[in-house]
Design a binder for this molecule. Sequence first.
Ligand code: IPD
Ligand code: CA
Ligand code: CA
Length: 264
Amino acid sequence: MTTHIEELLTFTQETAVNAGHLVREKYYQPLEIRQKGFRDIVTDADIAAQKLITDTIQSSYPTHGFLTEEKDSKLPTDGDVIWVIDPIDGTTNYSRLQPLFCVSIAAQIAGKSVVGAIYDPMRNELFSAAKGLGSHLNGNAIQVSAVNSLEKTIVALDWSRHKGLRTSTLDILACFAHQVQVVRAIGSAALAMAWIAAGRFDVYLNFNLRPWDVAAADILINEAGGMLSDLYGDPLSWARKGMSGVSSNGRIHQSFLDTFQDVL
Ligand code: IPD
Ligand code: CA
Ligand code: CA
């Protein structure tokens, strides 16, 4: 089993880096941008990166299945291993030349991420993890932060596309904003959570996480000693349509949740 996981890890790392190089090459080129939903865009780079990733996986693992952000009806959805892919997490940043985005790839077995890689092509930072093998950044082991008091906590969050969820974010923000060190919004859920695993942020909050935003980050954070939950502290239940999630270094998790339980 370990050999299998190690092989999957190396494969996932290489594939994420290759897709990241494609995305970086297209960064300064004119993009084809299409509106695919409310406040939601997709570019030709998202499509090309996803195709590179899925073609690579299919040529090495023809029996595996897929859950991808960009729709592709040719991809099988079933298999012993399911690949959960966000070809560019942070497309709005990418399309406006804001250099905060990443490629996120996870391999799941029986609904659990066993391998994950998040690659930031602008900084050449590869965050990766595998079940039982720890989390690494460019080959060096990483750990969540040691911060355990709210006044020292750096919180990251993202603004949902939807009006009601933005209002909920404002309600919760009003509860903790005055108690923490600072609040950031970098516009890439997967990268923000990779930064939790690396100890750069202490908490990350998002009201509309999709499976491809969180699948790789899930194993990265767990293997780095942190945790993910819903807004009440219960395990995140996997929902394709969107989940409210809090991830953290674990130490500050309950104190952070306690700040807003009254307004839920
Ligand atoms: C989005 C980004 C954004 C977060 C959204 C995600 P996309 O992913 O991660 O930061 O707020 O919830 O959907 O559309 O750029 O892949
Ligand atoms: Ca995306
Ligand atoms: Ca995403």
